[in-house]
Each structure stands twice: as structure tokens, then as C-alpha cells.
Ligand binder design. Structure first.
Ligand SMILES: NC(=O)c1ccc[n+]([C@@H]2O[C@H](COP(=O)([O-])OP(=O)(O)OC[C@H]3O[C@@H](n4cnc5c(N)ncnc54)[C@H](OP(=O)(O)O)[C@@H]3O)[C@@H](O)[C@H]2O)c1
Length: 249
């Protein structure tokens, strides 16, 4: 059977854990030449140990303009083009508006919003006709969930950015779509919540999900593959919500 990304060059930001790691495995299995980034060297080493050696793992801070320019220059020199761009790197910092430090707001927007903007800017000359960009947002873009103000606002900005990018890249034959996962069992909650609260957070989210479980990274990666491949060839500027029925019913 024809692989869905045969011969395509695919860059995944934040490809060292969770959804990005699952996407790196899946896109490679579907025939893509995959480049994946992460910021943390320990996570990069852990990803290197589990990913196929053909997948190129690079340290690159997605919110750093110089690092992003260097990353895309490298992709240009090595591959000469880009067919798939999965802008997945993102961070969650919780806290009510009253309590959250200003520095958390700045870091969330630097990574989650400025990061994709910088990547789109640097990727534009490399993206080829038939190319696809997928931005990983979140259902939080549409919710007023207490304690998620900076994160939710950043993901609403990602949704907006995708609309503009879809308009700007359409004439070049490049599609831009958004993936909005619901709660997914990637470890992102463990990274941000005190250990003794993780189980309670999981339980309260599960209660709100129609299918009564969190999603898996692989389930989200399959939706990313759909948007990255020609299976979604008549879609641009669109958003797919993958949340087990949490927000759509
Ligand atoms: N899990 C969920 O419930 C959920 C729901 C909706 C949306 N999302 C979104 O899905 C995306 C992936 O999240 P995940 O749950 O898979 O989280 P994760 O397991 O924490 O993975 C995040 C990935 O992004 C990378 N990353 C973070 N900051 C970075 C930076 N400044 N530069 C480069 N890479 C960076 C991480 O690498 P390092 O380890 O090196 O930092 C890691 O590879 C995020 O955009 C998140 O907002 C997740």
C-alpha cells in the first residue's frame, strides 16, 4: 500500500516526547524523511534511544529567532525543501490570572505563539507546492478553563495565526490547518502539576470527556498525519478537534 508521506521531508518541532514523538514515529513509518527538534538535551537523548536512526534529532529552542533561522537553514542545505511542517512544540504553565507570574505568561507566548510565527516565517521559502503545515493548538483555545489563561490565550493565537498563514500560503499551493487535542496522556500534566495533584487532575478531566478516558499521543498523531498528508488535500484554514467528545457535544 502507498505510504502517505512517501519521499516527503517533514519537520516536527517538539518531537522528543508525547504527541511530537508519536508523530515522528508515524511520519517516518509513512515514508517521510523526518527532522524533529527539542530543547532539552536529556529528552533529546531519550528520544534518540527510541526513534529510528534515520530520524534526525536536533536541539533547537522553538521560541528563539536565531535558533529557528539556523534550523531552517540546515533543512534547506540538507534537503533543499520542506513538504510537511508540524508545529507542535508547546508548553503549559498553569495558575489563575491573579496568581500567575508575568514571566510565565511571557514564556508561554514565546514558545507557543512566537515559536510557530518564527517557524512559518523561516519555512516559507522552503515549503513546496502540495506542502502542508499543521499547527498544534488545543481545545483550551475555545474554553474558559480556570487556571489556564496564558495557555488558552496562546492557543487561541495559534488558531488565528493559522488562518492568516493559510491565506498567505494558498497561492504557493501550501495548506495550513490546526489540530486541537483535548486532554492527552503525554506527561504534560505531570510536568506542570504537583505530583500529589496529578491523579485528581486526570480524574476531573476524564469525568468531562464523553469517552471517559484521556487520548493517547498516537491517536493525536494520526489526526496530524491526516492533515499533513494528501488525505486532507481540500482542507486549509480548518481545525480538527480530537477530544473524545469533551467540547463538541
Ligand atoms: N497533552 C495534552 O493534553 C495536550 C492537549 C492539547 C494540546 N496539546 C499540545 O500538544 C503539543 C505537544 O504537547 P505534549 O502533550 O506532547 O507535551 P510534551 O510531552 O511536554 O511535549 C512537548 C514537546 O515540545 C518540546 N518543547 C517544549 N518547549 C520547547 C522549546 N522551547 N523549543 C523546542 N521544543 C520545545 C518538548 O521538548 P523538551 O522536552 O526538550 O522541552 C517536547 O518535545 C503542545 O503544543 C501542547 O500544547 C497537548
Amino acid at each position: 500500500m502507498q505510504k502517505k508521506l512517501e519521499g516527503k521531508v517533514a519537520l516536527i518541532t517538539g518531537g522528543t516526547s508525547g504527541i511530537g514523538l508519536a508523530a515522528a514515529k508515524l511520519f517516518h513509518a509513512e515514508g517521510a524523511r523526518v527532522i524533529a527538534t527539542g530543547r532539552n538535551s536529556a529528552t533529546l537523548d531519550a528520544a534518540r534511544a527510541v526513534l529510528h536512526p534515520e530520524i534526525e534529532l536536533l536541539q533547537s529552542d522553538s521560541g528563539d529567532g536565531a535558533a529557528i533561522a539556523a534550523l531552517f537553514a540546515h533543512v534547506g542545505e540538507r534537503h533543499g525543501r520542506l513538504d510537511v511542517l508540524f508545529l507542535n512544540a508547546g508548553i503549559l504553565r498553569g495558575g489563575t490570572i491573579a496568581a500567575q507570574p508575568e514571566a510565565d505568561f511571557d514564556e508561554v507566548f514565546r514558545v507557543n505563539v512566537k515559536g510557530p510565527w518564527l517557524a512559518l516565517k523561516a519555512a516559507t521559502p522552503l515549503l513546496r507546492r502540495g506542502g502542508a503545515v499543521v499547527l498544534n493548538a488545543s481545545i483550551n483555545a475555545h474554553l474558559g478553563m480556570a487556571g489556564a489563561s496564558a495557555y488558552a490565550a496562546s492557543k487561541a493565537a495559534v488558531r488565528s495565526l493559522a488562518r492568516t498563514a493559510a491565506s498567505e500560503l494558498a497561492s504557493a499551493g501550501v495548506r495550513v490547518n490546526v489540530l486541537s487535542p483535548g486532554p492527552t496522556d503525554t506527561g504534560i500534566i505531570e510536568k506542570t502539576q504537583p505530583r500529589d495533584q496529578v491523579a485528581a487532575v486526570h480524574a476531573s478531566l476524564t469525568e468531562r470527556i464523553l469517552l471517559k478516558r484521556l487520548g493517547s499521543s498516537e491517536e493525536i498523531a494520526r489526526a496530524a498525519l491526516f492533515l499533513a498528508s494528501d488525505d486532507s488535500s481540500f482542507m486549509t484554514g480548518e481545525e480538527i478537534v480530537v477530544d473524545g467528545g469533551m467540547t463538541r457535544v
